[in-house]
Design a protein around this ligand. Structure first.
Ligand code: MRU
Length: 357
């Protein structure tokens, strides 16, 4: 694979797989290239979406997932729609709607689609340039989050994180994991407890895989083990990502985050959220207005993994005949958040409103 096909932009990228630099998403000719995250950590494979429709499918089936990565991918999808339809406003508007309907919670998706849609009113080339700028800005913002967040981490600390808010969830670097990578790379001894994060196990599959690639000491814990470890004094801080932050500082993130925040408050442990400013929805007054995605019950009723031949297989792990509900995100009230680590600085949740431009 050439540098271009591995997503190495002109300005390079940070994360490596088997010694080769990758971004999570990039555009090559008219296609959007992605790391197939449903196959990780068992198989590393790339997925090429030739049209905005294929890119929509990649977002909704979670071939690509995580707020920043969804945002950059949606921006590229909007650019693909301009490539396909040019100045056909009706089809462009329908494509925009289809892209926006893929996943409702991640603010970065709406942020990116709007920017590329507006740029596309000039020309298709402007739309493509804007989508590329969004991806580059996402990588830069995460790098900065890492630098700023590193100051909060002391040598020897044990950090719990939920879901995957690493580089796979963005274009590069990650949000919650960026300060951990920065701390590790600056010589601090850090240890990470990665919540398994049922039902899709992004922590056990993706965060653990990322941390292993970077040689960061870590272990996977069951979702219900966090409070116990906190009660034993084994966790010094939590850092999680966010899919959308309301203007009042309420934070939507992967289901289960709220329970961690409540337990952290009870035990007096700092609870940090790491997110670029592009994740803040200043039009959303509070967390109760954040749309929460509900996904298919089968994600709860079944687990998937490689079979003996290494092919992905689903097995039922729940009582036959029982149904399930599957809310994908929850909202942590601002009051439970110690601070938000953004690319523009570290803020108390009630100070975020000052970032509105
Ligand atoms: O359903 P996912 O895997 O897209 O959810 C990802 C998360 O909840 C992350 O923690 C979140 O996107 C914040 S970091 C990008």
């Amino acid at each position: 694979m050439t540098a271009a096909t591995s997503g190495l932009s002109d300005r390079g990228s940070y994360m490596k797989v088997d010694g080769k630099h990758y971004r999570t998403v990039w555009m090559q000719d008219d296609s959007v290239c992605l790391i197939e995250q449903n196959l990780l950590p068992f198989e590393f494979k790339l997925f090429e979406a030739a049209s905005y429709r294929d890119t929509c499918t990649a977002i909704s089936t979670m071939i690509v997932r995580g707020a920043g990565a969804i945002g950059a991918t949606a921006g590229y999808a909007m650019a693909q729609a301009f490539i396909e339809y040019g100045d056909d406003a009706g089809n462009i508007a329908a494509a925009r709607k289809q892209i926006e309907n893929t996943r409702p919670t991640a603010q970065n998706l709406f942020y990116a689609v709007e920017r590329v849609y507006n740029a596309g009113q000039q020309s298709t080339q402007s739309a493509i340039r804007e989508a590329q700028a969004i991806a580059d800005e996402d990588a830069d913002a995460c790098k900065r989050i890492g630098e700023l967040g590193n100051d909060l981490i002391e040598d020897g600390q044990h950090i719990e994180t939920h879901c995957n808010a690493g580089w796979l969830a963005f274009v590069d670097y990650g949000s919650a994991l960026a300060p951990i990578y920065a701390a590790h790379n600056s010589g601090k001894q850090v240890f990470v407890y990665a919540d398994e994060t049922r039902p899709r196990s992004q922590g056990a599959r993706l965060t653990a895989w990322e941390l292993g690639n970077e040689n960061v000491p870590h272990t996977i814990i069951a979702d219900n083990a966090g409070a116990h470890l906190m009660s034993l004094g084994k966790i010094d801080m939590l850092i999680v990502g966010s899919d959308r932050i309301a203007a009042n500082g309420d934070v939507a993130n992967k289901i289960g985050t709220l329970e961690k925040a409540i337990a952290a408050r009870y035990y007096g442990i700092p609870f940090y959220v790491a997110a670029p400013v592009s994740t803040i929805d200043f039009d959303c007054a509070s967390g109760s207005a954040i749309p929460i995605e509900h996904r298919h019950p089968d994600e709860v009723l079944y687990q998937s993994g490689p079979n003996q031949d290494g092919r992905p297989e689903q097995i039922r792990v729940s009582s036959p005949g029982s149904d399930a509900i599957n809310p994908a995100f929850d909202v942590t009230p601002a009051d439970l958040v110690t601070a938000v680590i953004t690319d523009k600085g570290i803020f108390r949740p009630d100070e975020l409103i000052t970032l509105q431009s």
